[in-house]
Every structure is written in structure tokens, then in C-alpha cells.
Design a protein around this ligand. Structure first.
Ligand SMILES: NC(=O)c1ccc[n+]([C@@H]2O[C@H](COP(=O)([O-])OP(=O)(O)OC[C@H]3O[C@@H](n4cnc5c(N)ncnc54)[C@H](O)[C@@H]3O)[C@@H](O)[C@H]2O)c1
Length: 345
């Protein structure tokens, strides 16, 4: 099959593209190589994908409508997987404009072009952050999720809503994923695992927000990729509706489905730190800090819909996943740390 994926120089897009290339598919991967974090890492990811002749990279911003239109027309894809975004919860306090531009205007461009080309299946990356401080546990896709605590979450929720309207108006089969704290090799330098490992190895203190009591439903990257690959074959439509109305989110107005990608096994931040320490065989210098503005206390996915649709749910343990990250980091860190200054955010 032919896939058009946005964000292939990013953490998740890289892994997904690599898996699909290994499975024999053709991928056009668009990425704007934004300066949000070390571009060297993004270049390394695209270089690894370039080992596959069936990978066709396009360097362009989502906001550049003409460039995206051309790339999608040339890709002639069966499926579009839209992952490129301004990600990160904390940075949305500093630079909300980047979120407005990438996540709203950029995503709207993808919707418009998906409509023009009549795409067979559009898949979009949303986030567990849209649940905000949801009190009901685990978080179900059917829960009300309209009290976002950050502008990042607000833009992702808006993207889901925009996509529903396009799906209804133009019959675009659409799957929107809500990813829960994804981690693993080639991970993001702005996320806790990368920062913890780097700082512990460099004997620098690590900052632990919420004094370690916050919890996250950590999802190992290979598990997420497996879930997305399975879902790419389940095109939302009435015949795909599952009988269990308590979990099904397929819209009654559109071929549109929202789905959590998380295993339903949350861990506290302190357990996470201890797992990293165990894997490195070192003790961290811990700086306990209060919760930050916009932080959500807990995330906890219900994987029931994912399981009902695919017979699969993420199950890699934190020990195994953290170990895999550490092995990768030890191999990659020299190249990353010696990146030219203009590449490092
Ligand atoms: N990693 C997680 O834990 C997590 C959790 C929930 C949701 N998500 C979502 O999953 C998606 C992928 O996340 P990731 O962790 O791989 O992030 P990432 O930052 O590593 O990847 C995003 C990629 O998109 C590109 N990009 C950003 N804005 C762009 C624009 N306007 N035009 C073109 N390219 C642009 C960046 O250069 C980057 O390579 C994002 O939509 C993110 O919001 C991630």
C-alpha cells in the first residue's frame, strides 16, 4: 500500500514509517524539520528511513498548502497518517502561536487536501491531554473531554472537531488516535525519559514535578505502532461498528472514530524514575518540584475499544521499554551531543 505520513522525522512518525517500510509498503514522509528540538535527531531519523528505496521524503511545512498539495498528489496514497504537529504540553505556555499554526492551520490543510483527493482513510494524532483533569478512571473515549488545561490540548481537541465536520460533510473515513505518553528508542529530547537518562549520566539533577505523585499511562513505541498498523486496516464505516455500544465511538453522523492508544497500566512518576535508575545502575539526584501550570495529575487509558477492534492492546512493561531506550541512547548520544550548535534547540 501507499501511505502519506506527516511528521516522519519525528519520534512516532519515524517508527511508524520504518515499520511500514519493513512490511513492504511505500511511504511519502513529509516533515518541516522544525527547531522545537535538536534537528540532528530528526536528520538521523530521516537518514535511517532513506535506507529504504520505497521512502520518499518531502521537507515542507504543513502551512505551505501548495507544497503539501503537490506532495500528496504525487504520493497517490491509500492512507494519510497525520502526525506532524507542534507537540509538548509545557511549550504551549511559551509559544501558543506555534500550536495555532501547526495544529490548526496545518491540520486544516491536510483535511482540505484529503477531501480534494478523496482519501480512502485519514488517520490523525490527538492526545490524552484532551482529557484534562478527567475524574473518571480509566479515561474512556466516550467521556466528556471538553475542559482542556493547556492550549496544546485545546488545539488537538479542535483538530478532532474540525475532522469530524469534514468527515461528515465529505464522507472522509477518519480515525483519530488519542496517544498516551509514548516512549522508547529515538524518543524526544523534551520528554521526561530523555531528560532523566541524559541528566543522570551527566550527574546533573533531574526535576520531578508533582513531587513524583503524578501518574502516566506510558505507551511503548512499538506497541503504539502495532496498534496503528492494525487500525489502518479498519476503515471507519457503519459495517465496522462494534456491538458494544458502551465503548464504540463511531459517530452516527460521519465515518469517524476516536480511539485511545494506551495500555491501561499507569505508573507514578516516582516508579518511572526508579525504573530509569535501575536500568542505568545509578541513583538520580532528585529535585522535587510542585505540579506545573497546565499539568494533569493522572492519565489512564481505557484500552477496551482498541482491544475490541483489533484484539490487541499495548503490553510492553516499563522495565523492558526503558531498557530499550537506554541502549539506544548510549549508542546515539555522542552523535547527538556533538551536533552543530545551529541544530540544537
Ligand atoms: N510522543 C507522545 O507522547 C505523544 C502523546 C500524545 C500525542 N502525540 C502526538 O503524536 C504526534 C507525533 O508526536 P511525536 O512525539 O512524534 O512528536 P515530534 O515532535 O517528535 O514529531 C513531530 C514532527 O512534526 C514536525 N512538524 C511540527 N510542526 C510542523 C509543521 N507545521 N509542518 C511540518 N512539520 C511539522 C516536526 O519537525 C517533527 O519532526 C503529534 O501530533 C503529537 O501531538 C504524541
Amino acid at each position: 500500500m501507499r501511505y502519506f505520513i506527516t511528521g516522519t522525522a519525528g519520534f512516532i512518525g519515524f517508527h511508524l514509517a520504518r515499520r511500514l517500510l519493513q512490511d513492504g509498503h511505500t511511504i511519502t514522509g513529509l516533515d518541516g524539520m522544525t527547531h522545537y528540538y535538536n534537528i540532528k535527531l530528526k536528520q538521523m531519523r530521516h537518514a535511517a528511513l532513506a535506507q529504504f528505496p520505497a521512502f520518499h521524503p518531502v521537507i515542507a511545512m504543513l502551512e505551505d498548502r501548495e507544497a503539501v498539495e503537490k506532495a500528496i498528489a504525487e504520493a497517490d496514497a491509500d492512507v494519510i497518517i497525520h502526525l506532524a504537529a507542534q507537540a509538548g504540553v509545557r511549550y504551549s505556555l511559551e509559544n501558543p502561536k506555534a500550536y495555532l499554526s501547526s495544529n490548526l492551520e496545518g491540520s486544516w490543510n491536510i483535511l482540505e487536501i484529503a477531501r480534494q483527493v478523496g482519501i480512502g482513510h485519514l488517520m490523525l494524532a490527538s492526545t490524552s491531554s484532551i482529557y484534562g483533569a478527567n475524574a473518571s478512571i480509566p479515561f474512556r473515549e466516550t467521556d466528556r473531554a471538553d475542559e482542556p488545561l493547556t492550549f496544546y490540548a485545546a488545539t488537538k481537541k479542535s483538530m478532532e472537531l474540525m475532522a469530524h465536520s469534514y468527515s461528515h460533510l465529505y464522507k472522509i473515513p477518519t480515525t483519530a488516535f488519542r496517544f498516551f505518553t509514548v516512549y522508547g528508542p529515538w524518543g524526544r529530547p523534551d520528554m521526561a525519559l530523555f531528560k532523566f537518562v541524559k541528566n543522570i549520566l551527566e550527574d546533573q539533577p533531574i526535576e520531578i514535578y508533582g513531587e513524583g505523585a503524578m501518574s502516566r499511562d506510558f505507551t511503548y513505541i512499538d506497541d503504539l505502532v502495532e496498534a496503528v498498523v492494525r487500525l489502518s486496516k479498519i476503515v471507519p464505516s457503519e459495517p465496522s461498528r462494534i456491538a458494544d455500544a458502551r465503548v464504540e465511538t463511531l459517530s452516527h453522523q460521519a465515518p469517524f472514530r476516536i480511539i485511545n492508544i494506551g495500555g491501561g497500566q499507569p505508573q507514578t512518576l516516582m516508579t518511572f524514575v526508579e525504573t530509569v535508575e535501575k536500568s542505568l545502575g545509578r541513583t538520580a539526584r532528585r529535585r522535587l518540584l510542585p505540579m506545573q501550570k497546565g499539568d494533569v495529575p493522572h492519565t489512564f487509558a481505557s484500552p477496551d475499544l482498541l482491544y475490541a477492534l483489533t484484539g490487541y492492546k499495548p503490553d510492553t512493561t516499563l522495565d523492558v521499554g526503558v531498557e530499550a531506550f537506554v541502549s539506544w541512547y548510549l549508542e546515539a548520544c555522542d552523535e547527538l551531543n556533538t551536533a552543530p550548535k545551529e541544530l540544537v534547540a
